[in-house]
Design a protein around this ligand. Sequence first.
Ligand SMILES: Nc1ncnc2c1ncn2[C@@H]1O[C@H](COP(=O)(O)OP(=O)(O)O)[C@@H](O)[C@H]1O
Ligand SMILES: [Mg+2]
Length: 181
Amino acid sequence: MMYSVRITDLEKKFKNGRKIFSGLNLELEEASLTALVGASGEGKTTLLNVIGLLDTDYAGQVELFGQKASELNQAEMARLRNQQIGFILQEPLLIKNMNVRDNILLPTVYLDKGLRKSKDYYLKRAEKLAEQLGVSQVLSQKPATLSGGQKQRVTAIRALINEFWRMSQPDRWMKKTRKSS
Ligand SMILES: Nc1ncnc2c1ncn2[C@@H]1O[C@H](COP(=O)(O)OP(=O)(O)O)[C@@H](O)[C@H]1O
Ligand SMILES: [Mg+2]
C-alpha cells in the first residue's frame, strides 16, 4: 500500500501551552480523496499546516510520499511543496502587483529545470483551467479587481498548475532531489 500521508502519534503544542493533538494517527492512501471535517477551532488548519510542511514544530512522525518530514532540509521541503502539494488557503493570497495570469504561473517558475515544460505549455494549461473554472476574462487583471469567489478560483488554478508528477514513485523523486540539491 502506498500512502501519500502517514502520521504517527502527532502531538502539537502551541507556544502559549495549548495542546491540540495527542496521539493522532492518520493514513491517506495515494490517489484517494479525503475531506477533513470538523467544527471551527477543532484543528483542521493546524493539521493541514503540518501535512503541507508549513509547520514543523510538533512531536510525532509525519511521512509524505514515503519520506520522513523530519529528514527533509528546507530546500527539500520547498521542492516537495512546489511539486507535490497544492494549497488553496482560506485567505486567497495572491501577489498584488502581478496580474492573475502571472500569479497562476508563479509555481512553474520554481520547478526544477528538468521538470519544467515550456512557458507556452503552462500558459495554455492556465488558460484551459481558467476556462473550466470560469475566470478566463480576468487573466490580465490585477487580483484587487476580482471578486472573492474569482480570487478563490484563481488560487485553485495556481494550486493545480504544476502537474503532480510521480506521486507513485517517491524513491525516484528522492534520488532526483538529492542529485540536484
Ligand atoms: N498559534 C496559535 N496559538 C495558540 N492556539 C492556536 C494557534 N493557532 C490555532 N490555535 C488554536 O488551536 C485550535 C485549532 O485551530 P485551527 O486549526 O485553526 O482550527 P480550524 O481550522 O479547525 O478551525 C483553535 O482552538 C485555535 O484557537
Ligand atoms: Mg481553519
